[in-house]
Design a binder for this molecule. Sequence first.
Ligand code: GLY
Length: 374
Amino acid sequence: MADDPVVILGGGLMGLAVAHQLARRGQQVTVLSRRRSEAAGFVAAGMLAPHAEGLSGTQLRFGQISLERAPGWVAQIEADSGLPCGLRSSGIVVPFRDATERDHYPTAAWGQALNRTQLERELPGLAPQWSTGLLFAQDGQIDNRRLLMRALESACADRGVRFQEGLEVLALEQDGKHLQGARVRNAEGTEYTLNCSTAVLCSGAWSARLLSALPVFPVKGQMLSLQAPRGALKRVIFGPGTYLVPREDGLVVVGATSEPEAGFEEGLTPQGQRTLQDGIASLLPQAMDWPPMERWWGFRPCTPDEGPLLGASPITGLWLACGHHRNGVLMAGLTAELVADAMQQESPSQLNGELLGDFRWDRFEAGALSKNPD
Ligand code: GLY
């Protein structure tokens, strides 16, 4: 890679994870960030849940390997920053109304089937319509909103990553097929071109605004949190449409609506908040009495098959780490490792090479499967 700094387009979770990984390998890195608060990394509930999410195929494989490598990734961040990330192997329970529904769940083979008595032991107070469940003891969570993002920023800073905040990237500039720079606007409204020959597109739901060939679109999610008595909920409950994620200190994060039709429409809506309240009541009625703490929303970066876009792009010098839809927190560490390998032209292990190949940006095009990787 060139000696010039690598420019990371986006200061969200993916941008920070890639910046951190490159900086650990001795690369100079500059992160351009428009507005910290809009990063999906601050919005998500932080579940590490390839099994509870019912992933399949290449996404399940990517998710399972991400889960295995999560403790190592978190240890790097905690060592570099000196800050905790709140990784917890709390396990996740998916409740079902009947055994047929349960046995048809895409990841049923990885879970432990629970009868109603066992369910009640795992989730005291679970509403009576849930007669059975699957316990995924291997799935977990991380306190992304309060801990991980701050620790990752601090780890990046400690490794020498530079940040330019309040800087909006308006367009990419090219010389033929090669990346030449980024047209940017700073907080004062001044526009200028920042020259760069190597960049990583980590612009989340906004990624297609910089490269229209990318099939990335927003899926809005609204969330809230409750303060439960400490220890009232030990496992994550992952119900249809609603999940409750208990942190160590009793905060319970509740997610999430899924509103592709909302586009980039900002803000909470009465309908969205009602959906969450109804979801809580249908899963754990006692949680309706826990005091609400915060409400927020954000935009998941989705793709047609809901899998990420990773690695090389149609522009030489521009790399991709975007489109992780519901699984960005889970997949950030592995994404950063694979993208950094590809950028540094390190010969990846066969497994890493395959993982990257599964998530090429042009896999949706007719005939994409017969193309050779770049
Ligand atoms: N990871 C769960 C969600 O996006 O709602």
